[in-house]
Design a protein around this ligand. Structure first.
Ligand SMILES: C[S@@+](CC[C@H](N)C(=O)[O-])C[C@H]1O[C@@H](n2cnc3c(N)ncnc32)[C@H](O)[C@@H]1O
Length: 170
């Protein structure tokens, strides 16, 4: 399905920049998680790779399948169940600085804004945050408000995928 499960631009970034701490808001079925972890394995052994995933995970059967999928990768991982507007602020202080963050959860302005405001606390000098679906009005408004004097914000148009904001610290 277009825009789900496999994003070449993320995998290329992970391989080229040797990313091993990965975070995703909006895990869906865990296929993109698996694909990003496989990309990280190009430079690291599975036990060196960390994945942090946030989603509602309302369907217990699907949650168990995703959990098993991640166990099979051999990486270290943590899944946070519930609304990211609640779970992210609850856990952000215990999370490490990430190499890559993919914001791909709720698309309303309120949720996108909350996800960004929390994720930016996990950015180091080298961290890149990708925000999927820049074409959604709420996502676009949130991205357009990011202060350009603090962050470098680029809009990329990956082939066969949706417009995405790529953000790093200045
Ligand atoms: C577009 S899908 C994610 C696709 C996945 N990143 C991929 O690349 O295959 C969006 C996901 O965000 C989750 N989601 C939406 N709003 C959320 C919220 N407020 N808190 C937690 N998860 C949310 C949905 O349950 C859904 O699984």
């Amino acid at each position: 399905m277009l825009g789900f499960g496999y994003h070449a631009f993320l995998n290329d970034h992970i391989k080229r920049n040797k990313c091993k701490r990965l975070m995703e808001i909006g895990v869906y079925d865990g296929e993109n998680a698996r694909s990003m972890i496989e990309a990280a394995k190009e430079n690291f052994s599975p036990e060196e790779i960390e994945y942090y995933g946030f989603d509602y995970f309302e369907d217990e059967w699907l949650y168990q399948r995703i959990y098993k999928k991640l166990e099979e990768t051999g990486c270290k991982f943590k899944l946070f169940r519930g609304d990211s507007r609640v779970t992210l602020p609850q856990h952000v202080d215990e999370l490490p600085i990430m190499d890559l963050i993919f914001i791909d959860g709720g698309k309303s302005y309120e949720t996108a804004k909350s996800d960004w405001e929390n994720c930016r606390k996990l950015m180091g000098k080298h961290t890149v945050v990708f925000v999927h679906n820049y074409e959604f009005p709420g996502v676009k408004r949130m991205v357009d408000e990011i202060p350009r004097e603090e962050y470098i914000v680029e809009i990329i148009h990956p082939p066969d995928d949706y417009a995405t904001a790529r953000i790093r610290k200045k």
